[in-house]
Design a binder for this molecule. Structure first.
Ligand SMILES: [Ca+2]
Ligand SMILES: [Ca+2]
Length: 218
């Protein structure tokens, strides 16, 4: 229920501000610059205030993001999620760091994801970036042969018994492409594609596409 309410609120907020040419008046820098809006007939002025996002210089915020690997075959795709922070040292660069997790069929990874992006200082902002993930891996495997009650259910080596363990490390680097949309002065929606190149070998390299929702402030 709560996600639905939040979603509807976001939709309402974005619906309102998407129709405004002075979309970012809730940001003090933008608001100061466009305190006096362009005249109704000043189409260039209107367009400028509708697309200008140079106010993002110096913003910092938090984000949630989630994505899934794009697979054409029947193999179960990786899904991933992040909770992180992102900041704009300049209006056209941003850097981010997050706690990230990636889950596969019988393995999972938890670690640190970092990256930076180059983007246009505009309301709709295409970007390119580079990121890295380093994390520990947890795998689940069959353990119906080792003489141990691995899952503590009182039965030893029952059919299908499994064990899990932190057994390794995954590192990945990825080029990233995507587009941001500034809903208003501090909410930003992002769609991205990342091409993961991991220490698991080239056969596991693949595109991961996802969405990111970020809230910024000064
Ligand atoms: Ca057992
Ligand atoms: Ca066992």
């Amino acid at each position: 229920m709560r996600p639905l309410v939040v979603g509807l609120m976001l939709l309402a907020i974005s619906g309102c501000s998407l129709l405004k040419s002075r979309y970012a008046m809730n940001d003090e820098v933008y608001a100061a610059k466009y305190a006096y809006g362009a005249e109704k007939t000043d189409f260039l002025g209107k367009a400028k205030q509708a697309f200008d996002a140079r106010h993002v210089d110096g913003l910092g915020g938090m984000y949630l993001s989630g994505g899934a690997q794009y697979k054409t075959d029947a193999e179960k795709p990786f899904v991933g999620g992040e909770l992180g922070i992102e900041g704009y040292p300049t209006s056209w660069t941003s850097a981010r760091a997050s706690l990230a997790t990636y889950l596969g069929d019988d393995e999972g990874y938890l670690g640190l994801d970092t990256g930076f992006r180059l983007q246009t200082p505009t309301r709709i902002a295409p970007f390119v970036g580079l990121g890295m993930f380093h994390g520990a891996s947890r795998t689940v495997e069959l353990a119906d042969w080792d003489g141990l009650d691995n899952d503590n259910d009182g039965l030893t080596d029952e059919r299908g018994e499994e064990k899990s363990g932190v057994d390794g490390w995954l590192s990945a680097v990825y080029p990233e492409v995507g587009t941001h949309l500034w809903v208003n002065g501090n909410w930003r929606l992002t769609a991205y594609g990342r091409y993961f190149v991991t220490t698991e070998g080239r056969s596991r390299d693949d595109w991961l596409v996802g969405l990111q929702l970020a809230a910024f402030g000064r």
